[in-house]
Design a protein around this ligand. Structure first.
Ligand SMILES: Nc1nc2c(ncn2[C@@H]2O[C@H](COP(=O)(O)OP(=O)(O)OP(=O)(O)O)[C@@H](O)[C@H]2O)c(=O)[nH]1
Ligand SMILES: [Mg+2]
Length: 549
């Protein structure tokens, strides 16, 4: 059962924003107390935070789906919905966050570094917050935005100064155990070490960390043995130490050829950042010199290794011979490396790449089988669509107003959209599709009067006294005629309340058949269809009526 995991795919979801509430204040003797719907609460975000106590990504291997709490809906009486709680996911120091395609999103180094993996959705505004001097009693509220959803790959790249590399059983773990307080597993079979081990070494006033990674064999770059998988943990190291075994029983191996093999494998490894592994400062260590043959061999090959440009140390992890010198040599490399590139201040807050221009939007014309389609992309238009309750005409009108104010209408006209054109707001094909119904075609400017009015239709000339008198006369005559007509109907006996039983054709004479019900004395129930349409006309500005297809 493994207890170390250094690569996981994590599925995160921010909490959804709560919906705003549309409500009207009720109080005795105050029939219309004004809008009092509260705002929805924002959804919680999923945040990755470096926690020094966490050393593995094992938890996320077992439960890779994590989501933050959603915000609650607003309520009447100006009660705002509760905000969703943030979900903090502890990750080890040195965790790299990538997209599934391998693009690096964040490199979390240093305790406390934070990264928002999935932001929570905004809460929708309630109708109290949407009220304005011009829109005194909004009959709608905004929906909450859904939280972000993302798949991210977490990779652990251990943060260490020096890495020990070499064949299996060369004594890497033994060296870490001899030089530091770490107690990795040591045994005389290959691949004892299956996960990287870290040890802290103090040499003089330099303190550094040593990483012991699983052994490499020829062909590791092609996946042999444990492959190069674990070299990820070496990527952040300043220096490498080659641990060479002078006491191996394998006949075809000797320290010089071992070194060549490992160097070739290191050269085959692609690093994400920093210099290639084979170009980093290196040391050679000939281990196990407590064994007489190993010491003999070490003394024989040391000049050969030095000729390759390497500093060579003869040590024994068993007898601790030469370890002190080795520790100081490592410390020197580390100090040189640190002086060359001083460690960056640990980033406490990792900001995500800034969003694209929030105010901007684009309109593109696409050719689809059944004609042209205009796609509107932009942070604001897309968010507004998500916030709109399309079952509420008033909310749709508000969306139309917002889009027009942003300039979407004008942009559509310039892009060549005509009445009935298909307009898509959003990225994919399942985005919201509208039929566009502009009142103005040909770019004659956009009417900027209040919703439901059109200044161009207003007659601004004041009527003369004679004109007003004529109109008054016209209205008086029309009223008198209407009264006479009603009186005639009353005498003819049509002016009765229709009973369900006698609502049939018996009562309705040929004259009444086409007459509106109201004229026959029956207060007609408001026709919802007609009302709805008027409603939309009133709410949607003439030039910006959008209808969801
Ligand atoms: N005599 C002697 N034996 C040693 C010395 N160092 C390590 N060994 C032995 O070599 C064997 C392998 O040691 P490890 O430290 O596990 O080797 P490793 O390089 O970590 O091996 P893997 O984890 O399998 O890659 C063990 O049996 C150790 O006791 C040494 O200096 N002298
Ligand atoms: Mg080992």
């Amino acid at each position: 059962m493994t207890s170390f995991v250094d690569r996981v795919v994590l599925h995160v979801a921010g909490g959804d924003g709560g919906a705003g509430c549309a409500s009207v204040h009720r109080e005795k003797f105050k029939p219309l107390g004004g809008p009092d719907g509260g705002n929805g609460g924002a959804g919680g975000s999923v945040v990755l935070v470096v926690d020094p106590q966490t050393t593995t990504l094992l938890d996320y291997h077992h439960s890779p789906h994590r989501s933050a709490t959603s915000g609650r809906s607003g309520q009447g009486g100006l009660r705002n919905g509760a905000t969703g709680a943030e979900l903090v996911l502890p990750v080890p120091d040195g965790t790299v966050v990538k997209t599934p395609d391998g693009e690096v999103l964040a490199d979390l180094v240093g305790a406390g570094a934070r990264w928002v993996a999935a932001a929570g959705g905004r809460g929708g505004l309630g109708n109290a917050a949407l009220a304005s001097p011009r829109r005194k009693a909004p009959g709608f509220a905004l929906l909450g935005e859904p939280g972000e959803r993302a798949d991210v790959v977490l990779e652990l790249k251990t943060v260490a100064d020096v890495a020990l590399v070499g064949y299996p059983s060369a004594g890497k773990s033994s060296l870490v155990a001899a030089m530091s307080a770490a107690r990795p597993k040591i045994a005389d079979y290959p691949f004892t070490t299956l996960v990287p081990n870290l040890g802290v070494v103090q040499a003089g006033d330099v303190r550094f960390t040593v990483a012991d990674v699983p052994g490499l064999i020829p062909g590791a770059s092609r996946g042999k043995g444990l492959g190069l998988e674990f070299l990820r943990h070496v990527e952040r190291c300043t220096a490498l130490v080659h641990v060479l075994d002078g006491a191996t029983l394998e006949l075809d191996r000797d320290p010089v050829s071992d070194l060549r093999v490992i160097q070739d494998e290191l050269a085959a490894y692609q690093v994400d950042g920093g210099p290639p592994l084979n170009e980093r400062p290196q040391l050679a260590v000939l281990n196990k010199i407590d064994v007489p043959e190993a010491r003999e061999l070490a003394e024989l090959v040391a000049p050969e290794l030095e000729a390759l440009g390497l500093e060579v140390h003869l040590v024994s992890a068993a007898s601790h011979e030469g370890l002190r010198e080795l520790a100081f040599a490592m410390a020197r490399l580390v100090a040189e490396g640190r002086a060359a590139s001083p460690p960056a201040e640990p980033q406490r807050i990792v900001l995500r790449p800034p969003a694209v221009d929030e105010a901007g939007f684009t309109v593109t014309r696409e050719v689809v089988p059944d004609g042209d389609r205009f796609r509107v992309r932009g942070v604001k238009p897309e968010r507004w669509v998500r916030q709109t309750d399309f079952s509420n005409d008033e909310a749709v009108g508000y969306l139309a107003d917002r889009l027009a104010r942003l300039g979407v209408e004008d942009a559509l006209v310039s892009a060549g959209a005509v009445a009935g054109a298909e307009v898509v707001i959003g990225p994919s094909d399942d985005a919201v599709v509208f039929d566009w119904e502009p009142a103005l075609v040909g770019g004659a400017g956009v009417n900027v009067g209040p919703r439901g009015s059109d200044s161009r239709l207003d007659d601004t000339r004041r009527a003369s006294r004679r004109e007003r008198r004529e109109r008054y006369e016209e209205r008086r005559v029309a009223r008198r005629e209407a009264r006479a007509e009603l009186e005639a109907e009353r005498r003819a006996g049509h002016w009765v309340d229709p009973e369900p039983a006698d609502a049939g054709p018996v009562d309705a004479g040929p004259v009444d058949a086409h007459r509106p019900r109201l004229l026959r004395g029956c207060p007609a129930a408001p026709n919802p269809a007609v009302q709805g349409r008027r409603h939309l006309l009133r709410q949607g500005r003439k030039s910006s009526r959008l209808r969801r297809a």
